[in-house]
Design a protein. Sequence first.
Length: 339
Amino acid sequence: MYKFRTYNKPKRILVTGGAGFIGSHLCERLLNDGHEVLALDNLFTGAKNNISKLFYNPRFEFIRHDVTIPILLEVDWIFNLACPASPIHYQYNPVKTIKVNVLGALNMLGLAKRVRARILQASTSEIYGDPEVHPQSEEYWGNVNPIGKRSCYDEGKRVAETLFFDYMRQNKVDIKVVRIFNTYGPKMRNDDGRVISNFITQAINNEPITIYGDGSQTRSFCYIDDLIEGMIRMMDYEEIPDERGRDYTKPYLSGLPGPINLGNPHEVSILEIAKKILELTGSKSELIFENLPEDDPKRRCPDISKAKKYLNWEPMVTLEEGLKKTIEYFIEQKKLENG
């Protein structure tokens, strides 16, 4: 397993959105690596159940708080993950989604500036919109509808990236930005409307599997453990191998602010995913086809050349292996719900 390069003692780390799907996995990994972790979440889409096992760890603390409201904390690192990430949830209150992305970024950047913390922004492949370039590299500026139903999320994340780089240039804040492509795994909500969680839930309940469009649109799916590894490597990256000789009275920039794509470059169609889940679950569900949602991208696949070069990172978990683990989790959750 990857070992941190840039510290000789555990850090105090804030994870906003720490009770969410990605955030809860990140908290668990950071605790396993020996750090002190503060998970901040307003529980709009996060759930205490995701982090319930962590409450017994003396190095873990949960703070129920909304990132749109400033907060004062003493931390070394900040992972800013707070934001509903599925269309169903971020379109429920689009104005709130914009506020979380913009005000949340401002508040966390202000905190990072105040306490000289390194801060990572969990951006998204959605900033590329419905891409006209394939695969998508970090140099591509995207093709985003600024007034569509998805814009609250897409444009909100784009503005957050702008704020991060402005804070770096103007205030010398030590930033990191990662663009996360489709990620899946245990702890996904079964009602989040995402492709894999939808298909698995429908399959294990022998309900019709709903495919939007003809199923030819493609995605690239990264297993959660691989994503967490990439995020940690990005946060830990420094162009200077150790901290000896640093002048702690001056702002310090660790290098490689990003953005860096994190995702699986293996492209697969939505129809292929549906058939694979049917095979792995042994479900008899039929496939039904409905109209494609507004601004739904036709292709989405990351160019991870930079992640390979600078972080020595690429996904290791195969799609079939990851789907099996995710299906097992959903089946176990169904058993718990049914008593």
